[in-house]
Design a binder for this molecule. Structure first.
Ligand SMILES: Nc1ncnc2c1ncn2[C@@H]1O[C@H](COP(=O)(O)OP(=O)(O)OP(=O)(O)O)[C@@H](O)[C@H]1O
Ligand SMILES: [Mg+2]
Length: 113
């Protein structure tokens, strides 16, 4: 199992969610508001991050845990729906997940997704 963590522009969220919901095996997700910055926001002459994080463009963070065979499809959906081609479109991180438990049933791992 993998966790796909995507930081995208807030206004891209509806399109991304619609496309994810259309995937027949899509298991679910968590969405949070997020602020941050990548390399392009920094003044190249400074090592400091922006002084006021709330002046950075609003982002949302998606956290999606999927069986391994769904990683590429989910990443492709997010990329295609969230890309404007301008700096700040966001980033996707994929990492391994060691365990999942569904609290209601006690099911584990892929059975619990
Ligand atoms: N290395 C990172 N680790 C954690 N979060 C990051 C990282 N890079 C970017 N982010 C998050 O992703 C958001 C979008 O990053 P962004 O798309 O601006 O990256 P970038 O590397 O500056 O690319 P670009 O040149 O397209 O702007 C940031 O606001 C921040 O929240
Ligand atoms: Mg940037």
């Amino acid at each position: 199992m993998k966790e796909i963590k995507a930081i995208i522009r807030d206004f891209a969220l509806p399109k991304v969610l619609d496309a994810l919901r259309d995937h027949p095996e899509f298991p679910g997700l968590t969405v949070s508001m997020a602020r941050g910055f990548g390399k392009a926001v920094r003044d190249p002459d400074l090592n400091d991050p922006p002084m006021d994080l709330m002046e950075t463009p609003p982002k949302v963070k998606l956290e999606i845990v999927v069986p391994d065979h769904l990683v590429d499809a989910v990443v492709d959906i997010i990329c295609s729906q969230a890309r404007t081609g301008r700096t700040g479109d966001g980033k996707i991180f994929v990492s391994s997940v060691d365990g999942v438990v569904k609290i209601r049933t006690g099911e584990r791992n892929t059975e619990a997704l």
